[in-house]
Design a protein around this ligand. Structure first.
Ligand code: GLN
Length: 292
């Protein structure tokens, strides 16, 4: 048996090749993220300490993570966080892991909001809270409301709001879509990344995505159940000129355009993500018609 010590270098090389054999994406990067997590250091630090031998307890903890990752547990759940719009968000099995494309949705919302002064934003199906919390953190004058059906996910969203110092301006309400929002409350923006995967497509998703809450993915037979309802319900909650901003699946652009037009929005547009796939739809609440 080899008595060569398990240094940072050796452990990373072994793990990257193990992950590669298992067919995981980004094997080396994943090995580094998990090891940095176990050692409580940054990834850069690993490179400074390549010859550092791992202690028994560190090795044991790392082995545990390697096994779980190889079994399909997402890296972000194993380390308990995911960076979104430059901020670390707490994530675990209670919430969907924030996706980079959703940062573009946030960007459009921010563009619609005044840089200074008060504004009110509603994040529907908030999950980890990444959208609403980011908006609150980027706009000091924003009051953000977030609704979330899963009480467990709502707890995570609250924790993220606290962690980013915006707990006082982010109100997380547990309930179905716009149900928990008091009638008469009007928003400058209603934004949502609702579940939009068609039920029949869920089983063909990767093992990693299937470790995420089904409730955060399953959008019904055609994937549009929630998008359809958000489009209709948001009409009663938007100020005149207010923006509805939705994330959607790549095959749903035209269908959602139709939904928004049918629900009476103006300036409806479907926008692609960085991979040039339909990913977002926007519509504007018409200005109140004068009675003439
Ligand atoms: N974009 C997610 C995926 O990768 C789906 C998220 C959602 O349904 N809102 O499958």
């Amino acid at each position: 048996m080899s008595t060569e010590p398990w240094t940072v270098r050796r452990v990373l090389t072994w793990t990257a090749s193990h992950f590669e054999k298992k067919g995981l994406d980004a094997p080396r990067l994943t090995a580094e993220i998990l090891l940095a997590h176990v050692l409580g250091v940054t990834r850069v630090r690993l490179y400074v300490d390549l010859d550092r031998p791992l202690q028994k307890a560190e090795l044991a903890a790392y082995r545990g993570l390697i096994e779980k990752r190889a079994d399909g547990e997402p890296t972000q759940y194993l380390v308990g966080k995911k960076e979104f719009y430059g901020r670390p968000f707490l994530v675990d099995r209670r919430v969907l892991i924030p996706r980079p494309e959703t940062e573009l949705l946030v960007e459009s919302v921010l563009q619609h909001l005044p840089k200074e002064g008060h504004c009110r934003v509603l994040d529907v199906c908030a999950g980890s809270g990444c959208i609403g919390v980011t908006v609150a953190a980027e706009r000091e004058g924003a009051s953000v409301w977030a609704t979330e059906l899963s009480p467990d996910a709502a707890d995570v969203a609250r924790a993220n709001a606290e962690a980013h110092g915006v707990g006082g301006r982010v109100t997380v309400l547990q309930g179905d879509l716009l149900g928990p929002v008091p009638p008469g409350t009007r928003f400058d923006v209603v934004v949502s990344n609702p579940p939009y995967v068609a039920t029949g497509e869920i089983r063909s998703l990767s093992l990693e995505v299937r470790s995420e809450p089904r409730m955060a993915l399953d959008g019904g037979a055609d994937g549009l159940d929630l998008l359809r309802r958000v489009a209709v319900e948001a009409r009663r909650a938007l100020k005149p000129g207010g923006l509805l901003a939705l994330e959607l699946g790549e095959a749903q652009g035209e269908a959602v355009r139709g939904l928004l037009q049918g629900a009476g929005y103006g300036q409806v547009r479907v926008v692609k993500d960085l991979e040039r796939r339909d990913r977002f739809a926007y519509g504007t609440q018409p200005k109140e018609q004068g009675l003439g």
